[in-house]
Write a protein that binds this ligand. Sequence first.
Ligand code: FE2
Length: 302
Amino acid sequence: MRAMSERRRLVEQEGRRHAVRRGMRGRLHFENMPRLHKLLEFLVRVTLTKDRGVRNVLDVRSEEVEIVSGELPAGFDNTRILLVTDLHIDGVDGLAEKIVSVAGAVDYDFCILGGDYSFGAGSKGSLAYSRMKDVAAELRAKSKVFAVLGNHDRYSTGELLEECGVRVLVNESVCLEKGGDKMYLTGLDDCHYYGADDIELADDGIEDGAFKILVCHSPEAYRQAAEAGYSLYLTGHTHGGQICLPGGIVVVGGATVPRRLLKGRWRHDGMCGYTSRGAGASGVAVRYFCPPEMTVITLRKG
Ligand SMILES: [Fe+2]
């Protein structure tokens, strides 16, 4: 894992006083309004929908997605990647066990953890850390695991994951080899809250014309990624809206991106993207009309 950037160090020191966005728009941002979270929690309780919402959070299933690319090196045809984002593992009891059991039931070549491991900010010795330690150990027993940090994660979360054998990518890339071919997996630090993403640093040293996959907790770095020549962008953060209207209509997306990037597959300037609805829940630990997912992405040469 790359050393902590100065930018992340400053924001971690400021703690939660640092708003997602400053100014009037920042004040109206859902993540900066804890009273709204409390009101929502109250409404969920008085309308007797809390139990249903918690059961929905625990109903994690694997979702199969196929990404076809003409640029994919032939050696990586049919490679399967398990993408698990937004675990918020201490938000609901039983979620850690559910994630491990879903991962155990699917076949994949390697796993990517997309960030947001705790419900709050997470700190050493917390319930989130002990649960993530168990989940990481189980996943590591099955395959290689890569990870990025999200807006709920401190640098120490990355250190914990590395202790468990997870390769945490903080603005850095790894070269993967299969069938005599190469591709690169790049992990960006969080661009949503910490603003610690540095795509130039992450991209440094990658051969020109190589097939590159970017993993970033939030889809908000999509323009930079396309400009830097990435073929695939894997992300989460939005929870697909988490509390949606019937039909999965997103009310609050939580990311400054076009609506089409809030969940599922999308394209931008020739780059494929996939935004996972995530495996857990944050703010208020319930889900409606927006089931959680662990995504199994099969790469195909087209
Ligand atoms: Fe999240």
